[in-house]
Design a protein around this ligand. Structure first.
Ligand code: FAD
Length: 495
């Protein structure tokens, strides 16, 4: 017999996913969310007829969502539709060069030859190696708990034989320099370190696994924007019997004699057999378990980057832009030095613009575009974000107006902004980091907090601040790992 009552703290993608996974196994699941809406970082808002996804904009590995619907025995098509995107990103370099990163490797290699004179075979070899790394190491490092001995009997030999000395002891930048000749190709492939909030000059070359997910497996666009992912997961969970409690800040996790017993919400004790925290692991220890020592230990790992975001309704359409666009800085190294060492923003930042109106006209009023404009920033450490945003706005407008040949400021119809402090307030993500801890060290993957704690039985952790890390695909994987850990604990208890 398994335990019957589960409480989940938070309704981020991982919280929604673990709720469904356990509900379909017969558990009675209640989710408590401090906000009035679900999704955490994966939420959205409307401003004057413009739709804006607040956080994530890049959707990869839809198979993680497909798998959840299959498990729940529900046709995904009744909840969620998505389509492949041909160009993963349009890159604009400061020297005027432009590259379309096609999700077809052959086309992409050809484009790199035409625009950057890069050897197409170097691109294809890199992507093949990236795929091999993913196939052989993903099973060990991403799909299972790294902190259970059983994982290490699942065939680490193949994984470890694929990982070369250089994957751990070279930085991603050094690795890329040994593969490509043009500075633009190196910068393009360096950018993948930012997909988990890290610096290519510090993070190990094992992050060269990431291009496989975007350029071989492809990127996708969810109909209705990214918020459709949250909406679909919420509907699925509700249909499987999960109860949701919004505007319900969890104040404390109750534990006694080394076992989780429930939570405190609105000063009321809610008892449960299993407690799962989808809240940031630092806040879970500090605020919900009042364990300052453990919280401090978590801080030994550097936080991932955060972001400053401008949500602009633009009263014009730009034919030269696509769904995802990058306007690179001239000096990439200086930019990361500013983010991770000086904790400030470079005056020539790389600018990312996501425009969902390129895929669906209904995302913004006729003749306009919804610009989600993001610049990577350091996690909050007390900077004056109002002043930083003001300066950044000016720098970004100058850069874009110069490159696009338009006075962009004059085209802004609606505006809203976000920064590390707003992100922390909205999602309880410590210091507003987007992906929990960074991968700026060789051992980062092993130092990330496990999905359980050996000091409190029946307490589990899922989401971007714990193993296997941040980003939608990994958060969904963390939920799967937790459900497997619970099944294993249950099996052990019945033997
Ligand atoms: P979170 O989204 O962190 O949500 C946690 C939830 O728990 C929140 O709703 C919070 O309110 C709730 N909560 C916390 N504490 C309590 C409490 N005490 N009581 C009750 N509720 C509580 N990923 C990608 O894959 N692609 C991208 O393009 C991408 N871009 C990003 C851009 C931005 C600006 C941001 C912010 C993130 C981006 N990410 C991206 C990362 C991705 O959004 C996250 O990794 C993922 O959504 C985190 O999900 P999660 O399950 O960890 O929960």
């Amino acid at each position: 017999m398994h335990a019957s009552k589960v409480v989940v703290i938070g309704s981020g993608v991982a919280g929604l996913s673990i709720a469904t996974r356990l509900a379909v196994k017969g558990y009675k699941v209640d989710v408590f969310e401090k906000n009035s809406y679900p999704g955490g970082k994966l939420s959205a808002f409307e401003n004057d007829g413009f739709h804006f996804d607040s956080g994530p904009s890049l959707f990869t590995q839809p198979q993680n969502i497909e798998e959840l619907f299959a498990l729940a025995n529900e046709p995904i098509g009744n909840y969620f539709a998505y389509q492949p995107v041909d160009v993963a990103c349009k890159y604009f370099f400061e020297n005027g060069k432009q590259v379309n990163a096609y999700t077809n490797p052959q086309l992409f290699a050809q484009e790199m030859k035409e625009q950057l004179n890069e050897n197409p075979q170097s691109i294809l070899n890199y992507l093949t190696q990236s795929e091999k790394l993913y196939d052989n190491t993903g099973r060990i490092f991403l799909d299972h708990s790294l902190h259970k001995i059983k994982t290490w009997f699942k065939g680490p030999g193949k994984a470890l034989s694929t990982i070369k000395f250089r994957h751990l002891f070279q930085s991603l930048h050094q690795y890329n320099c040994s593969h490509f000749t043009s500075p633009e190709a190196i910068q393009l492939f360096n950018r993948f370190a930012t997909y988990n909030g890290s610096s290519p000059y510090k993070a190990p070359a094992i992050l060269s696994v990431i291009p496989h997910l975007e350029l071989n497996q492809g990127t996708y666009y969810p109909k209705g924007g990214m918020i459709s992912i949250t909406n679909a997961l919420l509907e699925l969970a509700k249909n499987k019997g999960v109860q949701f409690h919004f505007d319900s800040l969890v104040q404390r996790i109750i534990h006694h004699e080394g076992k989780a017993r429930g939570i405190v919400v609105n000063d009321e004790n809610i008892l449960a057999d299993i407690v799962i925290s989808n809240s940031d692991v630092y806040f879970t220890y500090k605020n919900l378990l009042h364990n300052a020592t453990k919280a401090k230990k978590i801080l030994r790992q550097e936080r991932s980057s955060s972001a400053v975001i401008f949500y602009w309704g633009i009263k014009k359409q730009f034919d030269q832009l696509g769904l995802h666009n990058i306007f690179f800085s001239k000096d990439y190294k200086k930019e990361f030095d500013c983010i991770f060492n000086k904790k400030e923003l470079s005056n020539d930042p790389t600018v990312y613009i996501n425009i969902t109106a390129k895929m669906e006209k209904s995302q913004s009023p006729p003749g306009t575009e919804n610009w989600f404009l993001m610049v990577n920033a350091s996690a909050d450490s007390g900077q004056d974000w109002t002043a930083i945003k003001q300066q950044l706005r000016e720098d970004v407008l100058n850069k874009l107006s110069r490159i696009l040949g338009e006075d962009v400021q004059a085209l802004i119809q609606t505006e809203q902004t976000s920064d590390p402090i707003v992100i922390q307030e909205q999602t309880n993500s410590f210091r507003g980091s987007l992906y929990g801890s960074s991968s700026n060290s060789r051992l980062a993957a092993f130092l990330r907090h496990p999905n359980f704690t050996s000091s409190i039985k029946d307490l589990y952790f899922c989401g971007g601040s714990v193993h296997p890390g941040g980003g939608i695909p990994l958060c969904l994987k963390s939920a799967k790992i937790v459900s497997e850990l619970i099944a294993a604990a249950n099996k052990k208890a019945t033997h």
